[in-house]
Design a protein around this ligand. Structure first.
Ligand code: GDP
Length: 317
């Protein structure tokens, strides 16, 4: 299936380029000899279907990476359910509608591993979608992302559009959100360990520290997305993961080690939610398509810390 879709010379819209994944896709596309289109938030409201359609009719993208979404960690999801469900549905509807209208040749929709049932067999295969109850803490976001997968399939079926979906695991890296109230666990730990190191204090871990999560460096994810855009065309979404998971406590220790605070104390806060107990995706399909990750967790954390120190990301530095 390799070499089906050539990006060279194409107008390629990265929707959500200010986000962590979109930013990494833009970086990755610099090597592809294509024209990258972007639209800033002040220029285009992605939840406004009319505005998106007008913008797409003007710019006429031939390929789209749909990396735009309202995203956030476990507490943000619990606090703003309407924003996570409604905004993401609106963004998806607007961009899919526009893509079909202007005849986009290929679209890659980016979802998330939280689309899978809370108690899925591990590692989670693509077939596990819609086989059980979702994790309630992020169900709003998950339902919107499942709708996106179904939109891609529906457009394939009804209009023969070559729209595909990729489901990345927990991503981290430059451009991350380091705001402790809204961030995911890895950027939060980088910030917390950085602060604890300065004061000599303890590192506070939400929940019990026993849940396990899989992490992928964001530039690896971008590379996988380009690989899929170029070489995959099919109904099923494709998992994008590193294939390895780690407990939150071990992750905390790893971050402390990388940030040179290995001797510090760790305390857990069981009043905060644990979320789903384990979330490791089966990445065999992606591997069978000829892709594997390049940046391991220790290296990725070191690079993320440098990005944090350089002020690269929300609330970084
Ligand atoms: P999830 O993968 O959707 O559950 O989202 P998160 O990345 O926000 O959380 C992953 C796990 O890390 C959960 O078990 C959290 O309770 C735990 N965790 C520990 N400390 C923190 C923290 O400071 N921030 C966040 N967001 N999660 C934390």
């Amino acid at each position: 299936m390799a070499g089906q879709f050539d990006l060279a010379g194409k107008r390629v819209w990265v929707a959500g380029h200010r986000g962590m994944v979109g930013g990494a896709i833009v970086r990755r596309l610099a090597g592809e000899n294509c024209e990258v289109l972007t639209a800033g938030r002040e220029e285009l409201d992605l939840t406004d279907q009319r505005a998106v359609l007008d913008w797409m009719r003007q710019t006429r993208p031939q390929a789209v990476f749909l990396a735009a979404a309202r995203v956030g960690g476990i507490m943000a999801n619990a606090s703003f359910p309407v924003d996570f469900l409604r905004d993401n549905l609106l963004i998806e509807t607007a961009i899919f509608t526009g893509a079909q209208d202007v005849g986009v040749e290929k679209l890659l929709f980016l979802g998330s591993s939280c689309i899978y049932p809370k108690f899925s067999d591990q590692p989670i295969r693509e077939e596990a979608l819609l086989t059980g109850e979702l994790e309630p803490t992020n169900q709003w976001y998950a339902i919107a992302k499942i709708a996106g997968i179904k939109l891609a399939q529906a457009y394939r079926q009804q209009y023969g559009c070559d729209y595909i979906s990729a489901m990345p695991t927990n991503l981290y890296g430059p451009g991350d959100n380091f705001d402790l109230n809204a961030s995911h666990v890895l950027p939060a730990l980088i910030r917390k360990v950085h602060l604890a190191k300065q004061t000599g204090g303890a590192v506070e871990v939400w929940g019990t520290g026993t849940p396990r999560r899989e992490f992928l460096y964001v530039d690896d994810c971008a590379d996988a997305c380009v690989h899929l855009m170029q070489g995959y065309s099919g109904d099923s979404h494709i998992n994008v993961g590193s294939g390895e998971d780690i407990s939150i406590l071990d992750l905390t220790r790893l971050v402390m080690d990388v940030l040179d605070y290995a001797g510090g104390e760790v305390v857990t806060d069981p009043t905060k939610p644990d979320g789903t107990p384990r979330k490791l995706m089966d990445n065999r399909r992606l591997r069978d398509l000829g892709w594997s990750p390049k940046v391991d967790l220790r290296e990725g954390v070191a690079r993320s810390y440098q990005a944090f120190l350089a002020g690269d990301g929300r609330n970084a530095g």
